[in-house]
Structures are given as C-alpha cells and as structure tokens.
Design a protein around this ligand. Structure first.
Ligand code: NI
Length: 693
C-alpha cells in the first residue's frame, strides 16, 4: 500500500515538483492554481510516506498570501511565495490531514493531522458513491426495504452530511446519513418517490451501517416528478418569439488571465473548489473598494423535527465544497449576449487537474435607465442607460442548483445575487395540517427550510482603515424643535468591536451598514464610504440551543465584523463536516478586537426562508436572494454624468400602425415608445421582494 519507498523515485518526484512550478509560476501571486501547480502538488503528496493507494485529495487550493504581503508586493516588495493548501483523506484508515505545500520548493511547510472530533474533512464524491454498495450489502437494510415491498434495485440512495448530535458511536468517525427514493425507470426522477421513515446511518471508512432508523407507516408518493417528460410538460406554449441580444461591436470588458477591466472597474477574479468564484481587488475609478469577496459558507437547515430528518442540514460550501460541482455552461442557454466564458481548473480526488469548461460566465447586460430628467424650465431632456457586468457560475449540489452572480454597475454599485432552482427535497406528507412541510403533490411533502449564505466581504474602502456604522432611520417625537412632529432622522452607531458586531437587518428601520474610511473624506468633509444594503429576511430560525445554531452561528445574525486575519476564511470554520459547533465566527470574534480605523472583514448572511409552494414542484422556477453595496459619499456627485447617451439606432421606436407615429423621429434622449421601454428594467430587475414563501 505504501508507495515505492525507493529513495531515487522519491527524489525524482520532489525534484519534478520544484522544477515544474518554478518555471511556470503565474505572474500574479493571487492567481488560481494552474494545472501544472496542481500536478506538482500531487507529486509532492505521492512522495509522502503517509500516502497510500487509498489517499484521496479532499481539497487542493491556493493558500493565499496575507493581504499585507500583496500590498507590499504592489509597492515593489518581492512576490510572496506560491503555497498550496492540500487536504488528504485516507479512505480506509480515515487519516485526515491538512498540509501547506510550497510550490516553489515542493517542501511540505506544515501538516496537521485531524483527530476528527473537532470537525472532519469535507465529504468526498468517493464516499457518496460508496454508500450504495455499503447499504445494499447490509441485511437489515435489505429487510427494511423488503418490508416496504422494495428491493435494493428499486431505490437510489441519497447520502447526506451527518451533522453532529453527540452520538458516541459517531465520535471521530466519518458518518453519512442516507435516505432511499424509489425510481421506476432510469429516466424517472426519484425525488418524487421518497421512501420515508427509513434512514441509514453509515460509517463510511468502516464501510458499514451503524444504525437504521425505521419508522413504518409512510406511503411512497406516486405522482411523476418528471418535469423533462413532454407528457408531464404538456403541449408547448405557443407564441414566444426569439429574443436575441446583439452587441455588434463586442463586449466592453477585457479579461486577461484573471484580470478584468470594464468601464471604471478594475478587478481580478479567482476560482476555488470550496468557495467557487472569488472577486478580488475591486477598484472603481482607481480607488480601492473591496479586497476580496466570496461566499465563504452556506447552510440549508431543514425545519422538520421528524425522527428521520431532524438532523437534515447541509453546509454546501464547508461540507460539500460546492465549487467542485460547477456546471459547464452552454452558450445561449445559461447566459445570453456576447459571452466570455472562462474555464476553471480544479483538482480531482486523485489530485489530478480537472478543467471545468466554461465554468465562469462573463457578460454585460442592459439594465434600464441609469438617470433621466425632462426639465420643465430648460427643456432639457436627458436619459442615460444603466448596464452591468455580470460574472457568474452555477453549481449543482444534489437536488438543488445554485447560481452565484456578481454584478458591477456603471455607478459603482456592487451586487451579489444567489439564484436557486432545481428540485425540492421531498418527504412523504404526513397528513393534513402538518406544521413542518408543504404538500406539493398528492402525498408528497416538502419540508420547510432555509438557504442562508455567508458572504465574506473583505472591504478596503479607500484603503484599509475603515469603520462600520449601523445606520437606522428613527422617528423624532414632537418637541420644541419638532413642533409639527414631521421630523425623522438617522441614527449612526459605530460598531466598535467584534463582540458587539452581531447585527440583524431591520426593514422597519431601513437599517444599513456603512463601511467608511477613517482617513479619506469628500471635499465636504464626509467620510468616503460604501453602504451594505441587506434584504430583511429571517436569520437562522432553529432554536438557539440547537446543534445547527452552534454549528452555523454565522447565520444567527445578518452581520458580523472582524478585524482582518488571513486565517479566518470560512464563517463556520475550516472543518465544518461533523463539527460539534463553536467554530468560525464565534472564534473569530472571541478576541473582541477593536474595529475603528482597522482593516475590516464583513460577514454578511443573506438568504431565503422557503415554505415550498406547489409551483416549486416538480422543478423550481428560479428564486433569488441578494445584497447590494453602493457608494455613499464615495464621490462628490453622481459619478455617471459622463456616461454617453445611447445611439439612436438602439432607441428608435418601431413603427406601429395606428401607434405613436413614424419610426426614427426620436432622438436618442427619448425612448418612450421604443420596443424596450427604458423606464422599465428588464428581466434582471423583477425579483425585488420575490422571495420564497
Ligand atoms: Ni428552497
């Protein structure tokens, strides 16, 4: 099992690692790992004495240089060394290790071996795949299926992360919990046919079922969920004519390696197996705004306390590494217009480089009117159109499909939007009035749940010296100063230290969080700033004393703020899988660092609370959750006065018989009768307030 201990072979592998990377280190120290670098990491790992044939690569990614080193490099200091972070799982012994490997020398800089009691490495595909064989060889499982009239060949298994519930037999072990779903044919979607009341708890490394939770009495729902079957779809909707987006002169952005320039924006992007798309070093009109933005964690806690599913919750980032399930996108289907696709290079579980073709999509979208005025005194009539640069990826994690879309606007606005589609997680509906699930088809339940995303926003608003202020709208009582009682004002509360940084959105107070420079001001003396506009949906609804509240503490508030620490990357900690709780945010804020005039990271929870509706079945129309960052006194005035008017050709009204008069009479400033009414934002804009539930 141990690889050839031959000294020469060992040396050769290590030497190969060193030479192959030294020759090909990317020009930028934050560049995503290249295929060559991934191969070099693999060579180093294969040369380790602890590596066996059962060793799998749970994670390979860039161990990012600290921000200070990058900023120093930009000022002329030497480039920080390229280092990879590698997490290894031995499938048989469950030995789990976390290494840092120098890409310059092939040296292992550090190795931590996990004992498994403070979290496990993420779940591997190889483990998901093993579950079927393990269960199908278990006589008690076979008997439980037989009692329901089923053979193992009638069902597919859905293995899920186990969470942590203090069971002694799971302590330090790699555990998955699995449901069965009946599948009537290879093209039949099994989500429609949950075999409820039956769950297997599986020790994956031991390759055995350690417990079967069997609650008889549930019928298997029979209605087809085959949304891709023309017979289920019904006759095609008629009358939809093609919509084609054309950009005859091409798109307005450039992308070279991972460096993107568009309008006044300059940024880098990156991609990671765990976090997916990373937005780096965003600056607008040459001024820094955000050093790094990513989805650092997400959790989908289910609210059904039934004995078979009380444990159901998934950390799609920390437990499953959603970046590795990134879709290969298709031209004209996932994105429309003049599209630039970027391939993504990841490591597979054997440590080999794997290319996700067209993993990241970049394009521009028209976004309706940017600003507009028709003046009664001067006769001036001006309108400019807004547009946005869209950088996105889609990932499929089991039954759900998530899109993550970052939008940059001409006026300096940044938005991040999660898009949710795919298939509901289903149960057998227990009966009328059941308070923890919807009945979405006859006998088919869809347990209530939340989707809570943690955006890690490492802000640098006009530099690294920032403060976060909570700004509330407040009423003012009638007084000598306010005799008519019409007054209202805003209340600005600085968030002074980490332990008081946990904040909840409050729509009734118009609550926002301002990230302000403590060094730069406008000519009028206001601190330059960006403002985070949350959407006020519930934070984690599970009880404060629940396991999930301990493990997903980040999701109990909409905001936490921490002083930048390069080791603090993930909102629920590094090793989320089966972690007993207390990692991530609770650790990050424990030191209660002061936050005024410091280098700050915002951890923003946003998301949806999903009470499924019939229309979400058998496949969910897209739902949305987002947040917005807008410049606020970052400029002296509207920064988009210099956006040129659109050309007449794009705004000319179409001649309509009996309609508004001849085509082309309009000059570009008017677009009232155009085919795409510019006062109306197009499809991208219609999701405000359109939330689950
Ligand atoms: Ni949902």
């Amino acid at each position: 099992m141990i690889p050839d201990p031959d000294k020469e072979n060992h040396m050769t592998l290590t030497d190969l690692a060193a030479t192959s990377t030294a020759a090909s280190a990317p020009a930028h120290p934050l560049a995503s790992l290249t295929a060559t670098e991934i191969e070099a990491v693999r060579a180093v790992v294969l040369s380790l004495p602890s590596t066996t044939e059962q060793t799998r690569f749970a994670y390979v990614g860039l161990d990012e240089p600290a921000k200070g080193d990058i900023l120093a490099w930009e000022q002329g200091a030497p480039a920080p060394a390229r280092v990879a972070r590698v997490q290894l799982l031995d499938m048989l012994s469950a030995r789990s290790s976390d290494l840092r490997v120098s890409l310059a020398t092939g040296e292992v800089l550090s190795e931590t071996v996990l004992d498994g009691t403070a979290g496990q490495l993420p779940v591997l595909d190889a483990e998901f795949e093993a579950v079927g064989d393990i269960a199908n060889a278990d006589e008690a499982w076979i008997a439980a299926l037989a009692a329901r009239g089923l053979a193992t060949s009638d069902v597919v298994l859905v293995p899920l992360s186990a969470g942590h519930y203090g069971y002694a037999q799971e302590d330090g072990r790699r555990i998955l919990r699995a449901f069965a779903f009946q599948q009537f044919s290879p093209s039949d979607h099994p989500w429609a046919h949950p075999v409820d009341g039956l769950t297997a708890y599986i020790d994956v490394a031991d390759r055995r079922i350690i417990e079967i939770v069997d609650t008889p009495g549930f019928d298997i729902p029979q209605t087809s969920g085959n949304f891709d079957d023309p017979a289920v779809q019904g006759p095609p909707l008629e009358g939809l004519k093609p919509i084609e987006i054309t950009q005859p002169e091409g798109s307005s952005f450039t992308v070279e390696d991972e460096h993107v320039v568009w309008g006044d924006w300059d940024l880098r992007i990156g991609f990671d197996t765990r976090e997916g798309l990373i937005m780096r070093q965003l600056s607008f009109k040459g001024r820094p705004v955000m050093y790094r933005g990513s989805i650092s964690e997400m959790v989908v806690p289910y609210g059904d306390p039934a004995p078979n599913r009380f444990w159901q919750n998934y950390f799609d980032t920390g437990e499953y590494l959603f970046g590795r399930y990134t879709n290969e996108l298709e031209l004209g289907c996932d994105c429309v217009g003049d599209i630039t696709y970027l391939d993504v290079t990841l490591a597979d579980e054997l440590g080999l480089p794997r290319t996700v073709r067209n993993g990241v999509c970049m394009h521009e979208e028209d976004f309706g009117s940017l600003w507009k005025h028709t003046d009664i005194f001067t006769g001036s009539a001006e309108v400019r159109r807004q547009r946005r640069l869209v950088i996105s990826f889609f990932t499929t994690v089991g039954n759900y499909d998530y899109g993550f879309f970052w939008y940059l606007y001409l006026d300096g606005t940044i938005e991040c939007e999660a898009k949710l589609t795919g298939i509901l997680f289903t149960s057998a509906y227990p009966g009328e009035g059941y308070p923890f699930a919807s009945e979405v088809a006859p006998g088919l339940g869809a347990p209530y749940h939340q989707h809570l995303f943690s955006a890690r926003l490492d802000m640098t608003v006009d530099g690294i010296a920032n403060v976060v202020n909570e700004i509330d709208a407040v009423r003012v009582p009638i007084s000598a100063e306010n005799p008519a009682g019409n007054a209202f004002t805003k209340q600005v509360t600085p968030i002074t230290s980490e332990l008081v940084s946990g904040r909840v959105a409050d729509g009734a107070r118009n609550r926002v969080w301002q990230i302000a420079s403590t060094e730069k001001t406008t000519a009028m003396g206001q601190p330059t700033s960006y403002v985070l506009f949350p959407t006020e949906t519930p934070v984690l609804l599970a009880d404060d004393d629940s396991s999930i509240a301990a493990r997903a503490t980040f999701a109990t508030k909409n905001l936490f703020v921490t002083k930048y620490d390069p080791a603090e990357r993930y909102a629920a900690g590094d090793f989320v899988n089966q972690h007993p709780g207390g990692a991530g945010i609770p650790e990050f804020i424990a030191g209660d660092e002061p936050l005024v005039g410091e280098d700050l990271v915002l951890w923003h929870t946003f998301g949806l609370t999903h009470f499924p509706r019939n229309e979400d079945w058998p496949v969910m129309p897209m739902d949305y959750a987002k947040f917005t960052l807008k410049p606020y006194n970052f400029f002296e005035r509207n920064p988009t006065l210099n956006v040129p008017p659109s050309t007449a050709a794009h705004c000319a009204p179409k001649a309509v018989s009996g309609g508004y008069g001849p085509a082309g009479h309009d000059h570009s400033g008017h677009d009232h009768a155009g085919p795409d009414h510019s006062g109306h934002d197009h499809a991208g804009h219609d999701h405000h307030g359109h939330h689950h539930g």
